[in-house]
Each structure stands twice: as structure tokens, then as C-alpha cells.
Design a protein around this ligand. Structure first.
Ligand SMILES: Nc1ncnc2c1ncn2[C@@H]1O[C@H](COP(=O)(O)OP(=O)(O)OP(=O)(O)O)[C@@H](O)[C@H]1O
Ligand code: NI
Length: 307
């Protein structure tokens, strides 16, 4: 077996926003802390985590489309090279494709056919992709505001899959799609990975991710708490590593829907050390220190108690 190349590697990424507090006082609000992920050619890495855990911000940091008041620290490597803003600009919309979470990312004043094909893109290719997603030729001539929610989402997926992308980041690509369409979009991402792309699939739907992803990275309060294979997720809590991942597994409807007590901490009010500490039954004093990510049983975990 040949070694698959790592397409994206994110190490100790932090993102903070310059905010104005009361009056004119300025402070940095850290929303992503020591985040780590990597994805290889041929791989679908799902990113799971509740609302506000930093999934979309990671996508925006990789693409270089964070707002101006954002400050980024840490390392991002694309095929081993530092992902500088110049490189991001060069690759964006080409090798680096995003299926955005919201249809507001479409240009409201451009007909969707043209938008999907790209400025000097091929209409044949665009029609082929539209056909795949059950979008009629009439849709080509519509403006984004004329699309239904499900149609808009299919247009967004088309935008990302049409080019020669090497890294595809899909930010919640399935809400608003029928179960059938969601499965189709997912199998299309799987196919692209099988053809050699690296795919980052951001999703709330762990169950759907289990059928199409290779590994799942679990985010909590802006950090990676665990990276595990889908096989580990399918096996359940004993095969998983982090207390939050185990709790997340138990919260899946098929596994009893047992919710965890407490809430994810807000940026600006993060605890010292382990960010899950305040909700963790295993917490000890040692958890209040900085906890590094470590390898464990073929996965990765950010917890000193995990065995
Ligand atoms: N421009 C901004 N200024 C300040 N804080 C922000 C900004 N954008 C996002 N945040 C905060 O960063 C945190 C992470 O946001 P992000 O959008 O990445 O979450 P998410 O995991 O994608 O959530 P969802 O599942 O709801 O899409 C949130 O607490 C959010 O409020
Ligand atoms: Ni999001």
C-alpha cells in the first residue's frame, strides 16, 4: 500500500476576535483554542460537535475568509506547505472548495448556472452536475433568491464538486435535503474522496457521518477532544476515548438519547485546563492544567484520564 499524502494539517490553531467591551475597552475573545485535525488524500474526516464548537470557524480559517477582526495563531499546512493568505487566495474556489453552511454565500445578483460553472467554466460540465442533483435546466437561469431551500443546498454542493478540488470542506451540507438527497450528496463526497480528494465533512448528524466518513473529529468549545475511526464509533463507548465523545454517543437517538448535564462553556468564560472539566465526572485537580492531545489506541484524545 502506498502512503497517502496528508492534504491538510492543522496544529494548535487558535482564533480570537478583537471585541469592544463596555465603553472603548478592547479585548480578545478566544473562540478556537489548540485545535488539531488532519486529513489525507482519499479520506473523509467528519467533524462533529454541538453548535458553537468552532466547526464553521475552522472552515473559514482554512479558506482564509474570517472577518477582519479575527486573529489566527498556530499552524496550517496544505500538502506540507504553510497555508499563507497568498496560497489561500490562489487555491480558493479551485483546489480548495467550500460548500458553505448558508446560501447567503451565493452571489445574489448572478444566475446560478453561471455561478456554478464559474467565470470561464463549462456549461456542459455544469449541466452534468445539475442533472446529478436533480436540478433542471430552468434552474440555471434563476437567481439565488428564487431557489427553494433544498434547491439552494443542491446548488451549493454543485459549486464545490464541479471543479478540480483537492480539499473539499462541506459545512453542514445536508439540512433541508430529503433523506434521499442527503444520502446522495454524501455518497458523492465519498466518491470524490475515493477518487483522491480529501474531504472535511462538518455535520451534526453523527449517524449519517458513520456511513460515509473514515474518521470523526469531535469538537468541544473550540478545541478537538478526540479523533476516532468510524469503527470505534460503531462499537460504542468502550472503544471511544474522551468522556465527552462517550456522552455524545449516548446522546444519539438510537443509543438512548441520554443527554449530558451542563452546557458547553462560552468563549470568554472558558475554564482553565480541560474545557470539558466542569461537566466531567472524572475531573481531578490535574485537569486544571493545559492538556495536550495524545495518541491512544489508534486514535487521538485530549484527556489525561483516557485509557
Ligand atoms: N465574527 C465573530 N465574532 C465573534 N464571535 C464569533 C464570530 N463568529 C463566530 N463566533 C463565535 O465563535 C464560536 C464558534 O462559532 P462557529 O460558527 O464556528 O460554530 P459552529 O460549530 O459552526 O456552530 P453551528 O453548529 O451552529 O454551525 C461561537 O461561539 C460563535 O458565537
Ligand atoms: Ni457552523
Amino acid at each position: 500500500m502506498t502512503d497517502k499524502k496528508t492534504v491538510l494539517e492543522v496544529k494548535n490553531l487558535s482564533v480570537s476576535f478583537k471585541m469592544y467591551d463596555k465603553g472603548l475597552e478592547q479585548k480578545d475573545l478566544e473562540v478556537i483554542t489548540n485545535l488539531n485535525i488532519s486529513v489525507k488524500e482519499g479520506e473523509v474526516l467528519a467533524i462533529a460537535g454541538s453548535s458553537g464548537s468552532g466547526k464553521s470557524l475552522l472552515a473559514h480559517a482554512v479558506l482564509g475568509i474570517l472577518p477582519n477582526n479575527a486573529k489566527v495563531a498556530g499552524e496550517m499546512l496544505y500538502c506540507g506547505k504553510p497555508l499563507t493568505s497568498n496560497l489561500q487566495k490562489k487555491l480558493r474556489g479551485k483546489e480548495l472548495a467550500l460548500v458553505p453552511q448558508s446560501v447567503e454565500y451565493l452571489d445574489p445578483l448572478m444566475r446560478v448556472g453561471k455561478q456554478v460553472a464559474g467565470v470561464d467554466g463549462s456549461i456542459d460540465k455544469q449541466r452534468e452536475v445539475f442533472k446529478k442533483y436533480n436540478l433542471s435546466e430552468a434552474v440555471e437561469r434563476l437567481f439565488p433568491f428564487q431557489l427553494s431551500g433544498g434547491m439552494a443546498r443542491r446548488v451549493l454542493v454543485s459549486t464545490a464538486v464541479i471543479g478540480n478540488a483537492k480539499l473539499i470542506i462541506a459545512d453542514e451540507p445536508t439540512p433541508g435535503l430529503s433523506k434521499e438527497m442527503a444520502k446522495m450528496a454524501m455518497s458523492h463526497f465519498r466518491e470524490l474522496a475515493d477518487e483522491g480528494c480529501a474531504v472535511l465533512l462538518i455535520t451534526h448528524d453523527i449517524d449519517l457521518a458513520l456511513s460515509y466518513a473514515d474518521r470523526i473529529a469531535v469538537f468541544y468549545a473550540g478545541t478537538t477532544v478526540e479523533v476516532a475511526s468510524v469503527e470505534d464509533f460503531a462499537k460504542g463507548p468502550d472503544a471511544l476515548r474522551h468522556p465527552y465523545t462517550k456522552a455524545l454517543w449516548e446522546a444519539i437517538p438510537q443509543n438512548g438519547f441520554k443527554p449530558i448535564k451542563g452546557i458547553q462553556p462560552y468563549a470568554g468564560a472558558l475554564p482553565d485546563g480541560c474545557l470539558f472539566g466542569p461537566r466531567c465526572l472524572m475531573k481531578t485537580e490535574a485537569c486544571e492544567k493545559k492538556i495536550p492531545m495524545r495518541e491512544l489506541r489508534g486514535g487521538e484524545v485530549c484527556c489525561i484520564h483516557a485509557t
